[in-house]
Write a protein that binds this ligand. Structure first.
Ligand SMILES: *Cc1c(COP(=O)(O)O)cnc(C)c1O
Length: 392
């Protein structure tokens, strides 16, 4: 098979083989239900508890504050709906931002239909939330602030410490969707005053369909999934034991190699950005120039569509993304690119290339080399570009 270059690590990552090796026995010989009292069950129970400990260590949390879920989307839904419904008597106002993942935005829209009031904070041209607006939005009714740690499209990292301090001072719960940050940024939930944090294994070389919600001890929230007594009566359903084992191993590996991972990814990212800027005109980098995820790049190539770029790159064996995986397939421009102030026609021309542990410098160079003629060819076909060229 032709060598495939995967640069869509913000959408998902390949599961590391060490992670898969830890998971495999829990599909076959170690198949017990963690709730069963015989030793086969106990073995699974121990494996789940070991993973809980691994996640807790990574976050500076206590093991009993970690609850496993089916992924990042469930964790976001649980945190926000759970806090909203359990604290309704205190107030009905929630603050979030315009650039959250749809798991947060659509949950907030659902709550609006249930009578809650939501403030969607603006962001600046780099995608950083407006802290003054946050302070001014807080009322006696505010029960939750939910701001993502780092953005999945443009990679911008938010001032989480500042937000945590504001929430703490006002006595408001603070949730952060850290799905993109975990494995890229060292996070201590106590230092940052985080009350709830969502994470997802498949974004840091673990398996898909498993994640966790950190819930600070004492935080009151309703259940999302009702049923059996799993997860201390807070999240029902027989545990995804192999997935949980994989999550634990993946988070441990991610933080063991954090410095090396970051150095490598930042080097690849800067090489890619430089390669593109040195060789292609009329391109812009979206997101913050420095305060961004180590592996994230997001570009707008003027006069062309992101979708056609993706298709041409795919023919060359390169996988990237236009906007986020959830929006490609629809023709709406990304809500994130619109929030940073890009006009519709430019927001359509975006290309996100996200690097991971398995990418190399040779791959980066190959992508730049292929992009140059692709962009030129698509621009030559673009009536808009013809017109601009004619005027120059
Ligand atoms: C991927 C992602 C999610 C959703 O996580 P799943 O495990 O795929 O449900 C939520 N938030 C952000 C920021 C993400 O990147």
């Amino acid at each position: 098979m032709r060598n495939y270059i995967y640069m869509d690590n913000a959408a998902t990552t390949p599961t590391k083989k060490e992670v898969l090796a830890e998971m495999l026995p829990y599909f076959s010989e170690k198949y017990g239900n963690p709730s069963s009292i015989y030793s086969l069950g106990g073995q699974s129970k121990n494996a789940v508890e070991k993973a809980r400990e691994q996640v807790a260590i990574a976050l500076g949390a206590k093991a009993k504050e970690i609850y496993f879920t089916s992924g990042g989307s469930e964790a976001d839904n649980w945190a926000i709906k759970g806090i909203a419904f359990a604290n309704r008597h205190k107030g009905n106002h929630i603050i979030t931002s315009k650039i959250e993942h749809h798991a947060v935005l659509h949950t907030c829209e659902f709550l609006e239909r249930q009578g809650f009031k939501i403030t969607y904070l603006d962001v600046d041209e780099y995608g950083v939330v407006d802290i003054e607006q946050l302070k001014n939005s807080i009322t006696d009714e505010t029960i939750l602030i939910s701001i993502m740690f780092a953005n999945n499209e443009i990679g911008t990292i938010q001032p989480i410490k500042e937000i945590g301090e504001i929430a703490e001072e006002k006595g408001i719960y603070f949730h952060t969707d850290a799905v993109q940050a975990i494995g890229n940024i060292k996070i201590d939930v106590n230092e940052l005053n985080i009350d709830l944090l969502s994470l997802s294994a498949h974004k840091f070389h673990g398996p898909k369909g498993v994640g966790a919600l950190y819930i600070r001890q004492g935080v009151k929230l309703d259940n999302l999934i009702e049923g059996g007594a799993q997860e201390k009566n807070r999240r029902a359903g027989t545990e995804n034991v192999p997935g949980i084992v994989g999550l634990g191993k993946a988070i441990e590996l991610a933080y063991e190699n954090l410095d090396e991972h970051n150095e490598k990814l930042i080097n690849l990212r800067e090489r890619l950005i430089k390669g593109i800027f040195d060789n292609i005109d009329d391109v812009r980098l979206n997101g913050h120039p420095t305060n961004r995820l180590p592996g994230n790049t997001n570009f707008c190539f003027k006069y062309i569509e992101g979708e056609s770029l993706l298709l041409s790159l795919d023919i060359e064996g390169v996988a990237g993304s236009s906007g986020s995986a959830c929006t490609s397939g629809s023709l709406d421009p990304s809500h994130v690119l619109l929030a940073i102030g890009l006009p519709h026609e430019i927001a359509h021309g975006s290309l996100r290339l996200t690097l991971g542990d398995f990418n190399t410098e040779e791959e980066v160079d190959y992508v730049v080399e292929k992009l140059i003629p692709i962009v030129q060819r698509l621009r030559d076909m673009s009536p808009l570009y013809e017109k601009i060229k004619g005027e120059k």
